[in-house]
Design a protein around this ligand. Structure first.
Ligand SMILES: [Fe+2]
Ligand SMILES: [Fe+2]
Length: 246
């Protein structure tokens, strides 16, 4: 039975499942596409690990630093799991192969900002991470059912194991967020800021993607609308009468 979660599941998180529900049946019908997707997941897990190690190096709290480092270790494990499954499914990427694929994590500490995390900055960081974890959990739960239906139990089992960790990550980041922000209301406000911060880049990305096709559609529509008017105009135009001889 699904265990109850100790953090709010907002509409924005649930909406993020819609594209997964629409695309995953097609993606998981193909091992090659599944492998490509898992390889991109491996990279995302790696990026999360880098952010967490940076936060661990900057937070003034030794206790929170320990939580961030434990979380970062989970994300490294997820990187390996997704990369390994991608390889099993036949996606041969240059830097996969059972080893840590994307570089040396110790370089994170070398590029850490010299200033520590301020309270507001760490609240925003926790809200950002919590939102990402809650969304990843909801999307994985959607994907697991589709992988089961697609007859890929190994990938479904992998997603189940990762989802269990993401549930723990979403839970502890919510607890830290409530604590550091000063209560559930302040935590929700920080979460809304994190979600709003996601809308603008999404809007820009959608605009960048849709502008060219929309312009083409408008041009085609204009061609069909203007065509009959041009024909009518040509039909109604009379040749100028010849001037009488002088
Ligand atoms: Fe993860
Ligand atoms: Fe996570």
């Amino acid at each position: 039975m699904q265990e109850s979660v100790a953090f709010p599941r907002g509409i924005w998180t649930l909406l993020a499942c819609v594209p997964v529900a629409c695309t995953a049946p097609f993606v998981h019908a193909s091992p090659w596409l599944t492998a490509r997707l898992f390889e991109s997941f491996a990279r995302s897990e790696w990026e999360s690990m880098l952010d967490l190690r940076e936060a661990a190096a900057r937070t003034p709290s030794a206790e929170r630093a320990a939580r961030y480092l434990a979380h970062a270790a989970d994300e490294v494990r997820h990187t390996r799991m997704f990369a390994k499954r991608a390889e099993e499914l036949g996606h041969i990427a240059q830097d996969l192969g059972g080893r840590i694929p994307y570089g040396d994590p110790s370089r994170v500490e070398a590029r850490v900002a010299p200033t520590g995390l301020g309270q507001r900055e760490e609240v925003d960081f926790l809200a950002f991470v919590h939102h990402g974890e809650a969304r990843a959990l909801a999307q994985l739960e959607t994907r697991i059912a589709i992988l089961d239906a697609a007859g890929d139990p190994r990938s479904a089992a992998l997603c189940r194991r990762v989802a269990e960790d993401e549930r723990n990550h979403a839970t502890y980041t919510w607890e830290l967020l409530v604590d550091l922000a000063g209560g559930p209301s302040a935590a929700r406000r920080a979460l809304l800021r994190a979600q709003a911060g996601e809308v603008v880049p999404l809007w820009r990305a959608a605009g960048g993607t849709l502008t060219a096709p929309l312009f083409s559609l408008l041009a085609i529509a204009l061609y069909f609308v203007a065509g009959p008017f041009a024909a009518l105009s040509l039909a109604g135009r009379r040749e100028p009468e010849a001037l009488p001889p002088q």
